[in-house]
Write a protein that binds this ligand. Structure first.
Ligand SMILES: [Zn+2]
Length: 508
């Protein structure tokens, strides 16, 4: 018994018709697309969906996110990355979250993701003060249950946080610095052992739908042996090694101060650039950095909404394309963008780069944006052999939009309207691995109302804990503010952002 979608407008995102809508029928047997054509086989026992007035495209891949931040959604504004991290990723005083709360958090995060058309999460999960396998199990179990596809880390920082940024340690009280430096951090071997166990444990989870990935936080936040070990382990298990690189100008200064080179050159030197390596952000890169990424086949997860909200800068979209570096699109976490809704990211990617230069031939096209949100993200997640396009043999991760809505009225170019006019409100059905997980705006696998009610009961306690952590970590604020402003004024050889006005008062 198969599922057949008959006579829909389809964006296959494949090499032939790409993002041009074509009238197609799609046959799905189990979790796999088995036929795509103007006609497909239909048996008496098949379920047939009328595809007229429907636009079908591959599910979106959220190529970079952090479900951890879900509980801090809507808490912060007008903080640059390094200052925002003090509160959203507290350095001192954090107590581990229970697996039950992590399960609830992951279910709600995945629920909102699925309802906005995200069928695959690249979820770089960081728990403070450290992650254990019970906590990781909770995330993996939640994604298995709700029916989303996901790569889940393993995010690790193994250097004392005050030593991951330039200048700040000298301006902090010595007692605070020694407290931070005395906190235990995992050794490279401990992280690689943890990762090997996670890779073994989740190898066949939900038929490969939920996997573990490697995620050293960044070249300035991890030791070289940890990064190199992770970069070697990823290809051996056909997963990605996900690393934050050059998100902010502070990080561009950090590369020069710590390594005397750019952070991308440093990764190349230690052998960490491979086709399985994906850089999150990649904003403050030089032309030579971009060439290195292209040469080694490494991809970039681009997060325009988060980059705007944290004032991080603007990634060089056209230069990445010209060099042949694959881009995925991500929301980043729910505290740096405050939503896992990919429609916002598609539109932001389409618009943001138009202000970077007057040559309109260089501006992002809707088909490029859609490719980054689907096939590009599949590539940066190392799932391109199974998702990202609509073709026989691919997994049936599909979005079905109603074209008979205000967003698609008048019906001109569906692919342009999907990027610029639609916000997810026309989405009628979401399939992951052939299973309907959202139908007419409702999740089929979990009780959303019950999940929200459960969290609402817990929020007073969670908020009190967040308030306590903010007070405790406020001790870093002045030194980090000074570091941020100092770096903003330095010349790092790339110009992505003009820096803050030093006369502006601290806004938090
Ligand atoms: Zn991130």
């Amino acid at each position: 018994m198969a599922l057949v979608i008959r006579d829909a407008e389809v964006l296959t995102m494949d090499a032939v018709t790409g993002a041009t809508p074509v009238r197609r029928s799609i046959r799905i047997d189990g979790d796999t697309i088995t036929e795509v054509g103007t006609r497909v086989r239909t048996d008496d026992t098949d379920t047939v969906l009328d595809g007229r007035d429907r636009l079908v495209c591959p599910g979106f891949v959220n190529a970079h996110t952090h479900s951890w931040e879900y509980l801090a959604k809507g808490r912060y504004d007008n903080l640059p990355l390094e200052l925002w991290m003090l509160y959203s990723y507290p350095i001192l005083g954090a107590r581990p979250l229970s697996p039950d709360l992590i399960r609830l958090r992951s279910l709600l995060f995945a629920a909102e993701s699925l309802k906005s058309g995200v069928t695959t999460l690249v979820d770089d999960v960081l728990e403070t003060p450290a992650q254990d396998l019970d906590q990781l199990d909770a995330v993996v179990g939640a994604y298995d249950r709700i029916g989303i596809r996901a790569d889940v880390s393993g995010h690790v920082i193994n250097r004392p946080f005050v030593d991951t940024v330039p200048y700040a340690a000298d301006r902090l009280p010595p007692a605070v610095v020694s407290t931070v430096r005395s906190r235990p951090v995992p050794t490279a071997q401990e992280y690689l052992d943890f990762s090997a166990e996670a890779l073994r444990r989740y190898r066949d989870r939900a038929g490969g739908r939920v996997r573990y990935m490697l995620a050293p936080s960044g070249p300035q936040r991890c030791t070289d042996d940890l990064i190199t070990g992770a970069a070697e382990l990823a290809p051996a298990h056909d997963v990605s090694c996900h690393i934050h690189v050059l998100e902010t100008k502070v990080q561009a200064v950090t590369g020069r101060e710590f390594h005397g080179s750019t952070l991308v050159e440093h990764l190349r030197r230690i052998g960490a650039l491979t086709p399985n390596t994906t850089l999150a952000h990649g904003i403050w890169v030089t032309d030579a950095d971009i060439d290195l990424l292209a040469e080694h086949g490494s991809g970039v997860a681009h997060n325009p909404v988060s980059n705007l909200k944290l004032g991080s800068g603007i990634a060089p979209w056209r230069r990445y394309h010209r060099a042949g570096v694959t881009l995925g699109l991500g929301t980043d976490g729910c505290s740096s963008s405050d939503t896992p809704r990919m429609h916002d990211v598609l539109k932001a990617a389409a618009l943001l780069h138009k202000v970077t230069g007057p040559d309109h031939h260089d501006w992002p096209r809707a088909d490029e944006v859609l490719r980054a949100a689907t096939a590009g993200g599949a590539r940066t997640a190392h799932r391109h052999h199974e998702i990202g396009t609509i073709a026989p043999g691919m997994q049936a991760d599909l979005l079905l939009y109603d074209l008979d809505t205000l967003a698609f009225t008048p019906r001109n170019r569906a692919e342009l309207q999907l990027v610029h006019s639609e916000n997810g409100s026309s989405l009628r059905r979401v399939l992951v691995a052939g299973r309907t997980v959202v139908e007419d705006g409702r999740l089929t696998t979990v009780d959303e109302d019950a999940l929200r009610a459960e969290l609402a009961e817990l929020m007073p306690g969670i908020r009190a804990e967040q308030d306590r952590l903010e007070r405790e970590n406020d001790v870093f604020a002045d030194a980090f503010e000074w570091m941020h402003r100092t770096c903003a004024g330095e010349d790092v050889g790339v110009h992505r952002w003009s820096g803050p006005d030093p006369s502006l008062a601290r806004s938090h």
